[in-house]
Design a protein around this ligand. Structure first.
Ligand SMILES: Nc1ncnc2c1ncn2[C@@H]1O[C@H](COP(=O)(O)OS(=O)(=O)O)[C@@H](OP(=O)(O)O)[C@H]1O
Ligand SMILES: Nc1ncnc2c1ncn2[C@@H]1O[C@H](COP(=O)(O)OP(=O)(O)O)[C@@H](O)[C@H]1O
Length: 200
């Protein structure tokens, strides 16, 4: 009896068949407990806070502060930090433009799942390219994607140089950290695009 019920539920939920990417015969599975039910359970709304900015601009610090503050208010959040994700999920990626794009795409997908789970997901990545951040925004509905730009001058980030990365970049030992293209992407779009600008 129980098996019949499960079988019927499965048939009812396998409603949409599609061809996605390189895979065929992919079905979207619906579950009876959805985002609305999870949000009710947690008494909060799932969303993504996306923090972008130069290395050393204070992204991780802000992400952790918001995380702690939300925790103290009884709200469940989770930080997806670029550095940490490159130890696992994204350890196969470099810092060339295509790999950064793939990095952001993957984190966008993960963030979307966290938001769907009902959590406040705080993503903290350099994410220098507007087109990549826009692609993440497009994965969620607009009010659920809050973009925060750490509006810090390069000189200040470089003076901090906690990890010694700017020193390595200036010595030509690492590439892409202080590229002109990255700054153009930030500064061209900074005034009009971001939900919030942070002057740390
Ligand atoms: N070009 C280059 N070479 C070597 N190391 C670098 C480079 N760019 C970034 N980093 C370090 O990687 C951390 C995570 O970067 P992200 O994944 O956020 O970068 S990106 O969004 O893909 O552009 C990043 O973390 P933060 O310093 O916290 O920003 C740096 O520690
Ligand atoms: N608002 C702030 N004022 C002063 N120092 C800060 C501020 N935010 C971060 N820092 C310091 O700047 C350094 C880099 O911060 P971090 O959060 O690691 O930057 P990012 O994640 O962008 O690389 C750290 O030493 C941190 O303590």
């Amino acid at each position: 009896m129980e098996c019949l019920f499960v079988e019927r539920e499965i048939k009812r939920n396998i409603s949409v068949m599609s061809t996605v990417g390189n895979s065929t015969n992919i079905f979207w599975q619906e579950c009876p407990v959805g985002k609305i039910e999870r949000q009710k359970l947690l008494n909060q709304k799932g969303c993504v806070v996306w923090i972008t900015g130069l290395s050393g601009s204070g992204k991780s610090t802000l992400a952790c502060s918001v995380n702690r503050e939300l925790y103290s208010r009884g709200k469940l959040s989770y930080v997806l930090d670029g550095d940490n994700l490159r130890h696992g999920l994204n350890k196969d990626l470099s810092f060339k433009a295509e790999d950064r794009t793939e990095n952001i795409r993957r984190v966008g997908e993960v963030a979307k799942l966290f938001a769907d789970a009902g959590l406040i997901c705080i993503a903290s990545l350099i994410s220098p390219y507007k087109k990549d951040r826009d692609a993440c925004r497009a994965m969620l509905s607009d009010p659920n994607f809050i973009e925060v730009y750490m509006n810090m001058p390069l000189e200040l980030c470089e003076a901090r140089d906690v990890k010694g990365l700017y020193k390595l970049a200036r010595a030509g030992k690492i590439k892409g950290l202080v590229s002109k293209y990255i700054f153009c992407n930030f500064y061209e779009h900074a005034p009009k695009t971001f939900s919030l600008k942070f002057f740390g």
